[in-house]
Design a binder for this molecule. Structure first.
Ligand code: NAP
Length: 286
C-alpha cells in the first residue's frame, strides 16, 4: 500500500488560518504584526523567495516592509539599517534574505539582528536557545518539518530518527528538535560511509542534502515517516527532492512530496514566528 501523503500545502493552509486570526486580534489591540524583509542584490531565486514571503504576509494580515538594496551595498550600511529596524517598535521580525554579496559577512549581519526579532532563528543566540531547550525562535524549515511529523499523529518518543545533512540552518536544528521530542537521533553527512545502514533502522528519515535520489526505496524501513527537505531539479528541469518519491512511497508509511511538502511550511513558520514576536512585544506593552 503506498504511503500516506503528508501535504505541507494543506497543513500550511490550516496553520495560516490561525495565524490570520491571531494577526487580526493583535491588530485590533493596536499592534499589527510587522516583518521587515531585506533583499540585497539581484539573485533571481532570492527575488522569488522574497516575493512569496511578502505575499504570504499580505494574505495573513501581517504588515511587511521590503527593503531592497543594490549588490554594491556596504556592510556598514546594512548593519545601520538593521540597528534602525531593531529599534522600530512597528517591526517585530527581521529577515535578511541569503545569500549576501561577498563584501558582506552573513554572520555579522545575523548577529546584528535583535534576538527578539530573529524570526529566522539563525542567530547564535537563537541556536543556543534551541540547544539548551530555552524558549526562542526555531529555524523555519526544521520547525515546519516537526509540524509535518506531528500532523501524522505518531509520537516521536522513543523512535529512531535519522537526519541526513548537518547544515546550521536545517540538519543540525532538525536533529535538536527531534531530540527535544524524545527521539533517538542519528545525524548523517557526506562522510557517512553507508547511509543505508542508518536509514534502514529509522522510524523517521529527514533528508536535507540537496542531491536527487539520495534516498531510495531499499534504504527505508517499511512504514517509516520520510520528510524530504531537498530542492533540486531533475533532467527535465522539474522541481524534485532528495528522495526517490515514486520508489520510496511504496515502502514508507508517510511521505512529504516535493513540491507541496516542506517548502510551504517554511514560509508558514516564518509567519508564525512573526506573530509570536508581535504577541511577545504586545505583552511587554500591556
Ligand atoms: P547544505 O548547507 O549544502 O547542507 C547539505 C548537507 O548534506 C551537508 O551537511 C552535507 O554534508 C550533506 N551531504 C552532502 N552530500 C551528502 C551525501 N552524499 N550523503 C550524506 N550527506 C550529504 O544544504 P542545506 O541548506 O542544509 O539544504 C539542504 C537541501 O534542502 C537543499 O536542497 C536546499 O535547497 C533544501 N532546502 C529546502 C528548504 C525548503 O523550504 N524546502 C529550506 C532550506 C533548504 P557535509 O556537512 O559533510 O558537507
Amino acid at each position: 500500500m503506498p504511503a500516506n501523503l503528508i501535504s505541507g500545502t494543506q497543513l500550511s493552509q490550516e496553520i495560516r488560518v490561525d495565524i490570520a486570526r491571531r494577526a487580526a486580534r493583535s491588530s485590533s489591540a493596536g499592534v499589527q504584526p510587522g516583518l521587515a524583509v531585506i533583499l540585497v542584490g539581484d539573485d533571481p531565486a532570492s527575488h522569488v523567495y522574497v516575493r512569496n514571503k511578502v505575499q504570504a504576509c499580505a494574505a495573513t494580515g501581517i504588515r511587511s516592509v521590503l527593503e531592497r538594496h543594490p549588490a554594491s551595498l556596504t556592510q556598514a550600511a546594512l548593519l545601520a539599517q538593521i540597528a534602525a529596524l531593531n529599534a522600530d517598535p512597528a517591526v517585530h521580525g527581521i529577515l535578511v534574505q541569503m545569500p549576501l554579496p561577498p563584501q558582506i559577512d552573513p554572520n555579522a549581519v545575523i548577529a546584528a539582528i535583535s534576538t527578539a526579532k530573529d524570526v529566522d532563528g539563525y542567530s547564535v543566540l537563537s541556536a543556543g536557545e534551541l540547544l539548551t531547550g530555552a524558549p526562542g525562535f526555531r529555524p523555519c524549515t526544521p520547525y515546519g518539518c516537526m509540524k509535518l511529523i506531528e500532523s501524522t499523529g505518531i509520537s516521536l518518543k522513543g523512535k529512531h530518527a535519522v537526519v541526513i545533512g548537518r547544515s546550521n540552518t536545517v540538519g543540525k536544528p532538525m536533529a535538536l528538535l527531534l531530540l527535544q521530542a524524545n527521539a533517538t537521533v542519528t545525524i548523517c553527512h557526506s562522510n557517512t560511509p553507508d547511509l543505508g545502514l542508518h536509514t534502514r533502522q529509522a522510524d523517521v528519515v529527514v533528508a536535507a542534502v540537496g542531491r536527487r535520489n539520495t534516498v531510495t526505496a531499499d534504504m527505508i524501513k517499511p512504514g517509516a515517516i520520510v520528510i524530504d527537505v531537498g530542492m533540486n531539479r531533475d533532467e527535465a528541469g522539474k522541481l524534485c527532492g532528495d528522495v526517490d518519491f515514486a520508489g520510496v512511497r511504496e515502502v514508507a508509511g508517510a511521505i512529504t512530496p516535493v513540491p507541496g511538502g516542506v517548502g510551504p511550511m517554511t514560509i508558514t513558520m516564518l509567519l508564525l514566528n512573526t506573530i509570536e514576536a508581535a504577541e511577545a512585544a504586545q505583552g511587554k506593552i500591556a
